[in-house]
Structure formats: structure tokens, C-alpha cells
Design a protein around this ligand. Structure first.
Ligand code: FAD
Ligand code: NA7
Length: 448
């Protein structure tokens, strides 16, 4: 029987298990043997919140990058599973921007119904994956933290679903060595309350920067200054948040910016992104790419071009998330089962180069949204994943961008339309700016 290893039980790994478990075409007959390795003690990936930073309880690099009070940064309607709607899970329509715990509940709700937990080996950290010169199969070694033993098994295919937002990209600026305040990467940010009454500097101008700046402001920071190398985010910030060009250096508690201005700060939060990091993959199986929509080395963004026995899921920069992960998982499943015939290695390489050239010519975020929507639609049409309206999803992403431009603090108060059910989300009972409690109970309560 074909053996498939899946590395990681976050949204992508769970999508892969679910794709096999709900394979209607096979009616169970073609199901390969599935083994999913998850280094944490539970599923959900980044959505499985941890208070830990640095190393986890087993001495592994802590995977979690999410923080308390994290609310979805895009409309939930844009990520909705086509075969498991929010209405089905929660039994009624809910607001468009749920907090982390609510999305976690939704992710694991489908996984539970699908019965896929049985395939997951928790507390198992994958250490090595290589091709055996003798058998030609993949040899995978994993450390079981419960028994403190390492086991090695052979597989026919490997699906890498270990995420790419956990290993910090942490640039250094002169003066960091002697900076007396708090200095951290967004990966280690857990609780904005820690920065109440402080002057905080954020570095970066992407999702983490805009959200952590807003969080610190919301939970009482005295001031927040955002410093970026490629221009300001340009939002209509509330009083207390300002933007500056990139810093040149830090001297004591004073930060100097390249325009010659300076500010006194207590804390630096480096929202400078993450590295694609797969230390357990052999050199010839390791994905090397930047955080972009058309990843290097991946045919149709999924199949590792130098070795088609390896699939990588969710390795793109992400507008689309959960439903794109699903169509990738369905596609990977059908490649593994031999239902999708892959072109020659040369043709795969040509296709990857062509996709990157197309992406490189796109001039704005609207074009990038359309690009990822068309990519998702293309994969969708190649499997039996339930069809959904990707043009509507892309249009919603554009509306959402407009709402952010209008009010970075208020965009989460809008309701969007489900592409699966057509239901318009009701307004949440409390405006985001006043909603200090991010628990599932509070979000689902019918009164504030
Ligand atoms: P992950 O969720 O990272 O899961 C990977 C899993 O692999 C983890 O469980 C990990 O423990 C496991 N693993 C890693 N290495 C090993 C190993 N060696 N052996 C065994 N297991 C291993 N997306 C949205 O749609 N909406 C949002 O609002 C949103 N907010 C975000 C906020 C933050 C701060 C971050 C960092 C990301 C956010 N995202 C958001 C994007 C997020 O990446 C995806 O939603 C999703 O979690 C990606 O799923 P994944 O399975 O690819 O990776
Ligand atoms: P992103 O989206 O990869 O953004 C990284 C940011 O960091 C971006 O603004 C970069 O600026 C900036 N950056 C990177 N290197 C540097 C250096 N050396 N100096 C200054 N600035 C730098 O990461 P995020 O954490 O915001 O988002 C990742 C995920 O988490 C995403 O899915 C969200 O949903 C949450 P650049 O634009 O390259 O000039």
C-alpha cells in the first residue's frame, strides 16, 4: 500500500488528511496509509495558541506566532471551507472577523467530523527526510517526545505542511547590543497589555506591523511609532500612532531615523517577516523560496519540481488561506493517487518561471489578489473540491482593502457575504475597538 507522510497538523496538514478522508471518487478503495507527524501536543498549527516563546516544553523551536486578542485580519468569508460553512459549524450567522479561538474552533470542527485525528502522531518532531539510495523511497526520522525515542520509516510520498510563519527574519540595526528596553520579533509577541504606558517602535509595514501597532494602541501604549523601509503604510491612524522612515541606529533608548528625526522608545517589536525554514529536509528536497505568490521550485505551487514525490502546501504569501490550502490538498491528493498526470520536468520548470514572470509584472495589490484568485480557481477545476465563487472572494478582498484604507481601526466592524451560502454576516455586538475580550464565549454571546 502507498504510504504518505504529512508533516504538520496545522490548517494545511489537516486539509491534506481531510482531502483523503473525503475522497468520494475512491469510495475508500484507494486510500493510502497516512501518517501525520505533529511536533506539538495538539492540532491547529498557528491557531493552537501558546503562551510560550523561544523553546517549547520539549526544547523544540516554539512554533506559535499568534498572540492574545488576535482577531482575523481578513474577512472569514474569504477563507471559508467550501464543504463546511461557518453557518454549519456555529448554527447561525456570525460576524466577519472572529477572534483566533473562534477560527480555531471552526478548523478543528471540520477535522473532528472528518475523523482524521487517528492519523496524527502528536509530540513527534520530524528530524530528517531523504531519499533512500537503496529503495528509492523516502526515509523519514522523527523524535517521539513522549517516549524520548527516534523512529525511522519509509514512505512513497511526503507532504510538507509545516508552515512558514514561525522562523523570524530578524534584521539587526546598530545600537541593538546596548538598547536597554524590550527588543523582540513579532513571533514572540504575546500580549499587548505588556506595552501599556510604553513608547513602542514597530519595524515593518505589512500585516504584523499594522496589527501589532493597532493592538498596542488599543491596549494602552503611550505612543506607537512605525518605521518602514519601503514607505509608510499610509493608514488614517488614530492619535498616538505615527509613521517614520526606516531607523538608522539606536543609542540607549533613543532611536534615530534616516530622515534625521529621533524618538524616545521603551520597546522595539520587529515585524519583519519570516523565513521559509525546513531544516529536516535533505538538501535536494528542501524548498528555497521567498514569501511570494508564485513560489520558486513548486509546479502549480504544490509539487516540488526537482522531485515530484514531495508536495509543499501553503508556501505562498497569502491573501487566500484555508480554501486555497484545501484546493492544494485536493490537487496533491490526486497527484499522489496518479489521477493527475504531471508534465515533464522541463515543462514544470518553464511553468514556474512563467508564473513568476507574470507575478513580477503585477503592479498593485488588486492585481495580486486577482492572481491568487485565478490560481485557486485553476487548481479548483482540476479536482472534485466543491466549486466556489473565487471572483466574489477576490472582490471581497478588494472591498476589505478599501475598508482598511477608510479606517484601520474600524474595518473589522463590516460584514461580508459568504461565497458558499450567500448570507451576509451580521454586525458583531461590539465594535472591535471596544471589544477587549477575545474569547469564543464573548464573541458568540448575543449581547455585548
Ligand atoms: P501552520 O499553521 O504554521 O502549521 C504548521 C504545523 O506544522 C504546526 O502545527 C507545527 O507545529 C508543525 N510542525 C512544524 N515543524 C514540524 C516538524 N519538524 N515536525 C512535526 N511538525 C512540525 N491567516 C488567515 O487566514 N487569517 C488570519 O487572520 C491570519 N492571521 C495570522 C496571524 C499571524 C501572527 C500569523 C503568523 C499568521 C496568520 N495567518 C492568518 C496565516 C497562517 O499562516 C495560516 O492561517 C495558517 O495557519 C497556515 O497553516 P499551515 O498549516 O501552513 O501552517
Ligand atoms: P510579511 O508580510 O512578510 O512582511 C514583512 C515586513 O517586514 C515587510 O513590511 C518588509 O518590508 C519588512 N522587512 C523585512 N526585512 C526587513 C528589514 N531588513 N528591515 C526593515 N524591514 C524589513 O510578514 P508579516 O509578519 O507582516 O505577515 C506574515 C503573516 O503573519 C501574514 O500571513 C499575516 O496574516 C500575519 P518590505 O515590504 O520588504 O520593504
Amino acid at each position: 500500500m502507498t504510504r504518505v507522510a504529512i508533516i504538520g497538523a496545522g490548517p494545511c496538514g489537516l486539509a491534506q488528511l481531510h482531502a483523503f478522508a473525503s475522497d468520494k471518487a475512491a469510495d475508500g478503495a484507494e486510500m493510502p496509509e497516512l501518517v501525520c507527524y505533529e511536533k506539538q501536543s495538539d492540532w491547529g498549527g498557528l491557531w493552537n495558541y501558546t503562551w510560550r516563546t523561544g523553546l517549547d516544553e520539549h526544547g523544540e523551536p516554539c512554533h506559535g506566532s499568534m498572540y492574545r486578542y488576535l482577531w482575523s485580519n481578513g474577512p472569514k468569508e474569504c477563507l471559508e471551507f467550501a464543504d463546511y460553512t461557518f453557518e454549519e459549524h456555529f448554527g447561525r450567522p456570525i460576524g466577519s472577523f472572529p477572534p483566533r479561538e473562534v477560527l480555531y474552533d471552526y478548523i478543528v470542527g471540520r477535522a473532528t467530523r472528518s475523523g482524521i485525528r487517528q492519523y496524527i502522531r502528536f509530540n513527534h518532531a520530524v528530524r530528517n527526510v531523504s531519499r533512500s539510495p537503496e529503495t528509492g523511497r523516502f526515509v523519514l526520522s522523527a523524535h517521539n517526545h513522549e517516549s524520548d525515542t527516534t523512529s525511522t520509516e519509509e514512505f512513497d510520498c511526503v507532504v510538507v505542511a509545516s508552515g512558514h510563519f514561525s522562523t523570524p527574519n530578524m534584521p539587526q540595526y546598530p545600537g541593538y547590543e546596548t538598547f536597554g528596553g524590550t527588543l523582540m520579533h513579532a513571533h514572540d509577541f504575546r500580549d499587548a497589555v505588556q506595552f501599556a504606558d510604553q513608547n513602542v517602535m514597530i519595524i515593518g509595514s505589512s500585516y504584523s506591523a499594522e496589527d501589532i501597532a493597532s493592538q498596542c494602541w488599543k491596549y494602552g501604549a503611550r505612543s506607537v511609532v512605525c518605521s518602514s523601509r519601503s514607505g509608510p503604510m499610509g493608514f488614517d491612524w488614530p492619535d498616538g500612532i505615527t509613521e517614520k522612515p526606516i531607523l538608522s541606529h539606536v543609542d540607549g533608548r533613543t532611536v534615530y531615523f534616516v530622515d534625521g528625526t529621533s524618538a524616545e522608545i521603551d520597546a522595539i517589536v520587529s515585524c519583519t517577516g519570516y523565513l521559509h525554514h525546513f531544516p529536516y529536509m535533505a538538501d535536494d528536497l528542501r524548498l528555497v523560496t521567498t514569501n511570494r505568490l508564485a513560489s520558486s521550485m513548486l509546479y502549480r505551487g504544490v509539487v516540488f519540481q526537482p522531485d515530484n514525490g514531495v508536495m509543499y502546501l501553503g508556501m505562498q504569501d497569502q491573501w487566500y488561506t484555508f480554501n486555497m490550502f484545501d484546493v492544494q490538498a485536493w490537487y496533491a491528493r490526486d497527484v499522489i493517487l496518479g489521477r493527475i498526470e504531471l508534465p515533464s520536468a522541463e515543462e514544470q520548470a518553464r511553468s514556474i518561471a512563467e508564473e513568476q514572470a507574470i507575478e513580477d509584472l503585477i503592479e498593485d495589490d488588486y492585481g495580486l489578489i486577482d492572481y491568487q484568485g485565478a490560481y485557486t480557481q485553476d487548481l479548483l477545476e482540476q479536482s472534485d473540491y466543491p466549486d466556489f465563487n473565487t471572483p466574489l472572494v477576490s472582490a471581497m478582498f478588494k472591498d476589505w482593502k478599501g475598508h482598511k484604507k477608510k479606517s484601520i481601526i474600524g474595518y473589522r466592524d463590516n460584514g461580508h457575504t459568504s461565497p458558499m451560502t450567500g448570507i451576509v454576516a451580521p454586525a458583531h455586538h461590539t465594535d472591535w475597538v471596544d471589544a477587549m475580550d477575545d474569547s469564543l464565549e464573548s464573541f458568540l454571546a448575543t449581547d455585548s
